[in-house]
Design a protein around this ligand. Sequence first.
Ligand code: SLL
Length: 152
Amino acid sequence: NKRIKGLSVSRPIYYGNTATPITGKKPSDSDHTHQWTVMLKGLGNDDLSYYIRKVVFKLHETYPNPLRTVEQPPFELTETGWGEFEIMIKVHFQVATSEKSVTLYHHLRLHPYEDDINGQPWPKDKPVSSLMYDELVFNEPTEAFRDILAKH
Ligand code: SLL
């Protein structure tokens, strides 16, 4: 499985979260204030599973089973909670790519910044989102991986 010297290929990704306050009735024993979704996405609705095999989201230890594995697109996870924390996002590539996994970090954002809309208070029912644009860069990919990428 030969690597191609001097070649570097990249793929655009978005990762991050959206969050909405939980309004109305909730169980009285719950202190969860928000529902949130953490995600890894391609551009548009590009299905990333041709080169990504699974994504493991590592949540704060206050969550039961904090390691959450998503093996099918969309690579996202929805939860509820009360606090912000750093989520580790470990991206595992398809075996045929011969690529090592890549780890991304995202600060889960539940609360809007005050000046998000010209210093106006953020509407109570409007979702907050914190999404980063990034690129996965592959240096000296194998010929097999280059062929996989070329088909997309
Ligand atoms: C904070 N350092 O104190 C952070 C920790 C942890 C948030 C935030 C757990 C939900 C559950 C949850 O929301 N943890 O109990 O399942 O703000």
